[in-house]
Design a protein around this ligand. Structure first.
Ligand code: NAP
Length: 342
């Protein structure tokens, strides 16, 4: 049995769901994996840096109780990690897709301190994949990020553990379920504005709908796949990006009636030394694996030198979507992998 000091940085939807999962799965972690844990650090902008190496009361934190500390106030992430004697950092702060900060600094601090670093923050992955990866390797720690893309479908672990030595040559996917739901609304005769409102009502659109409808969310996830799985550290601005703003209800209804529905497609292909990469609405031919995806589901289709085609689908029931509980599961699974997979 090994015991780990866990630090959660960002205690919002995902951070709280993670704490809940850890509590619920405590017996299983102990019995199946020989893992004991205690929460020794929690931090947010509003709470500040809270640490106790003996363990914080996770139930009280989940109840919204502010934990007071007699210890001197901690000034930054490095002091906090040291005070919490961290073995694992969960970096779950809000994503800044333009810079990846401050998550990148947090991950660096954790790895330099000697803790495993786990994140759900796509921004950090897209802007600084190589640095934490190499730092983790040098320190004998793990840098894991399964929750960043297609929550609930472990695509990074699939390649890392089950597809050794393959070369990914072509990727095609539907990585933004919100646009999918909106296009389907328009197929039912709703206007673009009504479709945006519906997605917001379902709680699946970002507060700023342009993140989804202009293709930013899909592009960032896609960038993470290209960088990590293809070894192509492509920049966001190098991806041709077109969202779904120019689609009208008429266009999508006609396309659906003709058996070639529109979807917001991510595609990247290795061509010699370079790549072509785009995110744009496309009409899909019958038989295209992407055409079968509906509602809040997501799909990733991989073509490799050793395997002609492998499709991973995350099936979500009609108008549902992947919520923070699933994201938090990915984060917890990364924790188990970090401490138990060599
Ligand atoms: N929600 C999902 O289903 C989902 C799915 C995939 C990936 N993710 C990713 O998971 C991460 C967390 O998402 P969420 O839904 O839990 O977000 P959230 O509910 O908005 O919570 C974000 C948390 O991060 C804290 N925070 C933000 N900036 C910080 C900073 N500079 N220093 C310290 N704390 C900071 C916030 O603290 P304050 O409240 O005090 O400001 C809050 O506790 C994001 O990167 C998101 O992109 C989420």
């Amino acid at each position: 049995m090994k015991s780990y000091n866990l630090c959660i940085l960002g205690f919002g939807n995902v951070g709280r769901a993670l704490a809940q999962h850890l509590r619920e799965k405590t017996p299983e972690l102990r019995e199946r994996y020989g893992i004991e844990w205690r929460l020794t650090g929690v931090a947010t902008r509003r709470l500040g840096w809270i640490a106790n190496p003996v363990g914080l009361d996770a139930a009280a934190l989940l109840d919204g109780q502010i934990l007071s500390s007699k210890a001197p106030a901690l000034a930054n992430v490095r002091e906090w990690l040291a005070a919490a004697q961290a073995n694992v950092l969960f970096e779950l702060t809000s994503t800044d897709p333009r810079t990846g900060q401050p998550a990148i600094d947090h991950l660096r601090a954790a790895l330099e301190y000697g803790a495993h670093a786990i994140t759900a923050n796509k921004g950090a992955l897209v802007h600084a994949y190589l640095e934490p990866r190499d730092l983790a390797e040098a320190r004998g720690k793990r840098f894991l990020f399964e929750a960043t893309v297609m929550g609930g479908a472990p695509v990074f672990s699939l390649f890392r553990h089950s597809l050794p030595a393959v070369r990914l040559q072509h990727f095609r996917g539907l990585l933004n379920s919100t646009c999918n739901v909106m296009i389907e609304e328009m197929e039912r005769g709703k206007s673009f504005e009504e479709a945006v409102k519906k997605a917001q009502k379902l709680g699946i659109a970002e507060t700023d709908p342009s993140v989804d409808v202009d293709g930013w969310d899909a592009t960032v996830k896609f960038c993470a796949i290209a960088t990590v799985l293809m070894g192509v550290p492509i920049k966001l601005e190098e991806i041709q990006r077109e969202g779904i703003r120019n689609l009208s209800a008429e266009m999508v209804q006609q396309a659906r009636a003709g058996g070639r529905p529109y979807k917001l497609v991510d595609q990247i292909e290795l061509l010699g030394d370079g790549v072509t990469a785009y995110v744009r609405p496309e009409q899909l031919a019958p038989g295209d694996p992407l055409a079968a995806v509906s509602g809040g589901s997501m799909l990733a289709h991989f073509e490799m030198d050793m395997i002609p085609g492998l499709t991973v689908t995350l099936h979500v029931p009609e108008t549902g979507t992947v919520g923070p509980e699933v994201t938090a599961y990915d984060v917890m699974a990364d924790f188990i992998r970090a401490v138990s997979v060599s």
